[in-house]
Write a protein that binds this ligand. Structure first.
Ligand code: TMP
Length: 218
C-alpha cells in the first residue's frame, strides 16, 4: 500500500505551490509520487470541475453542488487514487474530503451527517494518512486568489472567490476545527510566511512521516 497526503486551506493560501514543490522534491529523491487535485484529477472529474467553478453557475443549489463534488470524487478515487495507492505510490492530492466538510458543511451549512455519508461512499475506503492544512487569513488569501484569476487567461474559475468574506472565515474556522479534532492526521502550517519558509516547514515535517519502505534512495 502507498501513502496518501492531502493539502487543504482557504482560497489563495498557497497550498497548490507547496504541493507542487513537495512533489518535485520527492521525485528528485526517487520516490514514486502521483500529484493530483480535486475537484478534477481525471477527464470526467475535470468536466465536473468546470461546472462547479464556473462563475456563471451562481444558481447551483448547495445540495447539487455537494453531490457534484461527491460524484467527481467517486470517479477520481476509482480511476486515479485507489490504483496508485495499490501500486505503492505516494499520492499527493490538492484538496480532498476535508474540503467538502469545510466548504459545504461549515461554509454552506449542510448537515454534517449528510456529507459524512456521501464522503464515505465517494472515498470507497480511501482516507488520507496525512493532511497538511496551510492556514491563512482569508483576507490575504482572497487578495492573492483574485490577482491570480486576473492574470490567468481562459475560463474564470471564481465561483467561490465571489463569496462574501464571512463564508471564507467559516471555511477557515471549519478547517481549524477539523485539525483540532484529528491532531494525529493534520499538520497545521502557518501560511503567512514566504514560499521558501513555508516549504521548509512542510518538507521537514512531511518527509519524516513517509513510511521507510517508500522513502526511496537516490
Ligand atoms: P481549488 O481552488 O483549490 O482548485 O479548489 C476549487 C474550489 O472548490 C475551492 O473554492 C474549494 C472548492 N471545493 C469545495 O467547495 N468542496 C470540495 O469538496 C472541494 C474538493 C473543493
Amino acid at each position: 500500500m502507498g501513502y496518501f497526503i492531502t493539502f487543504e486551506g482557504v482560497e489563495g493560501c498557497g497550498k497548490t505551490t507547496q504541493i507542487r514543490l513537495l512533489s518535485e522534491l520527492m521525485s528528485r529523491r526517487g520516490m514514486h509520487t502521483v500529484l493530483t487535485r480535486e475537484p478534477g484529477g481525471c477527464p470526467i472529474a475535470d468536466k465536473i470541475r468546470t461546472i462547479l467553478l464556473d462563475a456563471e453557475n451562481r444558481a447551483l443549489s448547495p445540495l447539487a453542488e455537494l453531490m457534484l463534488y461527491a460524484a467527481a470524487r467517486a470517479q477520481h478515487v476509482t480511476e486515479i487514487i485507489s490504483p496508485a495507492l495499490e501500486e505503492g505510490k505516494i499520492v499527493l492530492c490538492d484538496r480532498f474530503c476535508d474540503a467538502t466538510l469545510a466548504y459545504q458543511s461549515f461554509g454552506r451549512g449542510i448537515d454534517r451527517a449528510v456529507i459524512d455519508t456521501l464522503n464515505l461512499h465517494a472515498c470507497q475506503g480511501v482516507s488520507p494518512d496525512l493532511t497538511v492544512l496551510v492556514d491563512c487569513d482569508p483576507r490575504i488569501g482572497l487578495e492573492r486568489a483574485r490577482r491570480r484569476i486576473e492574470a490567468t487567461s481562459g475560463p474564470r474559475e471564481e465561483r467561490f472567490e465571489l463569496e462574501e468574506l464571512a463564508f471564507h472565515q467559516r471555511v477557515r474556522a471549519g478547517y481549524r476545527q477539523l485539525a483540532a479534532d484529528q491532531p494525529d492526521r493534520f499538520l497545521v502550517i502557518d501560511g503567512a510566511g514566504s514560499i521558501e519558509d513555508i516549504f521548509a516547514a512542510i518538507s521537514r515535517q512531511v518527509l519524516v512521516r513517509i513510511p521507510e519502505s517508500l522513502r526511496a534512495v537516490r
